[in-house]
Design a protein around this ligand. Sequence first.
Ligand code: SF4
Length: 68
Amino acid sequence: MKVVLDKEKCTLCFSCVAICPEVFEGKEDGTVDVKEEYKGVEITDENLKEKIREAAEACPAMAITIEE
Ligand code: SF4
């Protein structure tokens, strides 16, 4: 799985960061994004994938896209 966060859509609610801080983080510029080490990277860890799915479902702006 790969995960993409659309910063244009993001409303900065921080739900994804609360649910899956391993992958999502608040940046110094005040935005939220996927951590650099996970950008464009195939994520295979099942626990992490589950948390990412949870975060995507919880996102009120539907800003998180998962590519399976
Ligand atoms: S859950 Fe969605 S709207 Fe909230 S910070 Fe994450 S990407 Fe942005």
